[in-house]
Write a protein that binds this ligand. Structure first.
Ligand SMILES: Cc1cc2nc3c(=O)[nH]c(=O)nc-3n(C[C@H](O)[C@H](O)[C@H](O)COP(=O)(O)OP(=O)(O)OC[C@H]3O[C@@H](n4cnc5c(N)ncnc54)[C@H](O)[C@@H]3O)c2cc1C
Length: 335
């Protein structure tokens, strides 16, 4: 057994400085990822800085109709928040469909953005895995890969990004606010979520642009009227307590049967939460008819690269995307 020192942080600056100063010190929020992986020797911190006392809770409505979600707000609180339910149904639904009730009470929104992949070869702590041990290889390429990614993969890693709520957050252009300590002092940064989750490329161990010790303080979702009419569809092997095989976050604004604006993102198929930009571009200005939904989905998935075990995913993603669009546009004209 490895000893781990535990520190309870009282202030944001102190927590950030302590973690920044030592690569073997990690933040601890709900612990639902960190403690699991520590027990399995996948993460090996010498010290944990518990951030649960920091003033990073709260869900605040913004004047533009958006919402600012504290990094320590729990998944269940955000899912149940009235403003989030009304203005961003896709966010509250993605949260409700994640993990289990107990986990949602523990797990924080900041921790959710930082959760690790569910690839069995990463998590067993022993198999070749370029994400866990750069240069060691990727056992999933020739191994069990039924749940692995088909978009944004590289020859070094095909692990799927696991977060549900990150999918609608990507569709809505959320921003991630952080606190950082550098040689020149303490400061704040603000990351567009579209740049936050990195594709594996040649450096699968690098999953986001944060410096070690940079603390997520809040997630801000802009006020987008289109999000009021949105949904999150999740397809998985069993009805609860399971990660997505495919998921879709979708919002549509339609006038007289023509799509004026659309937001689409896919989960379960990409190495990052996948904004379906090409499908969006095809659909804007197009009649809201099944043939166009099919074509948009085909365009988005045309670059999918599959293994023998996950060859079903592009077709499942295509059908789920079409179903989401049909559901949102079913009553013909919205305004
Ligand atoms: C059995 C199981 C099923 C699950 N199913 C789902 C699912 O269906 N859908 C889904 O989306 N998720 C699922 N999850 C993942 C779960 O949502 C995450 O484990 C959780 O959100 C992580 O939050 P946490 O507060 O527990 O983070 P922690 O475990 O405390 O931290 C996770 C990582 O983030 C870092 N960290 C934490 N907070 C911050 C911060 N503010 N700034 C910077 N770094 C930080 C920590 O150092 C650590 O490395 C599941 C987890 C389990 C165990």
């Amino acid at each position: 057994m490895r000893p781990v020192t535990y520190l309870l942080a009282d202030d944001v600056e102190g927590a950030v400085r302590t973690v920044t100063a030592d690569p073997d010190t990690h933040f601890l929020a709900g612990g639902t990822t960190e403690v699991d992986l520590l027990r399995q020797n996948v993460l090996t911190p010498h010290r944990l800085v518990d951030i649960n006392r920091l003033p990073l809770t709260g869900i605040e409505a913004l004047p533009d109709g958006g919402v600012r979600i504290g990094a320590l707000a729990r998944m269940s609180e955000v899912a149940e928040d009235r403003g989030v339910r009304e203005r961003f149904p896709m966010i509250s639904r993605a949260l409700e469909l994640g993990a289990s009730a107990q986990l949602r009470h523990m797990a924080s929104m900041g921790g959710n953005m930082m959760q690790k992949v569910r690839c069995g070869y990463y998590r067993d702590g022993e198999s070749p895995c370029n994400k866990r041990l750069p240069g060691s290889g990727c056992a999933a390429l020739t191994g069990v890969s039924r749940t692995h990614a088909v978009l944004g993969t590289s020859e070094h890693c095909i692990a799927t990004h696991p977060s549900d709520v990150a999918v609608p957050l990507v569709a809505l252009d959320a921003r991630i606010h952080t606190r950082i300590h550098t040689r020149t002092g303490d400061g704040e940064r603000d990351h567009a979520i579209g740049d936050f989750f990195l594709e594996p490329g040649d450096t699968p161990d690098r999953e986001h642009p944060l410096a070690h010790g940079e603390l997520i303080t809040a997630i801000e979702v802009p006020g987008l009227p289109i999000a009021r009419r949105s949904l999150y569809l999740k397809v998985r092997d069993r009805e609860s307590y399971e990660f997505a095989l495919v998921s879709v976050a979708a919002a549509v604004d339609m006038v007289d049967g023509v799509i004026g604006d659309v937001r689409l993102a896919l989960g379960g198929v990409g190495t990052r939460p996948w904004r379906a930009i090409r499908a969006e571009e095809f659909l804007i200005g197009a009649p809201a008819i099944p043939e166009n939904f099919e074509q948009a989905a085909r365009i988005e998935l045309s670059d999918a690269r599959t293994t023998a075990m996950n060859a079903f995913k592009p077709e499942l993603a295509r059908r789920t995307l079409v179903r989401a669009l049909e559901t949102l546009t079913r009553d013909g004209s919205q305004r």
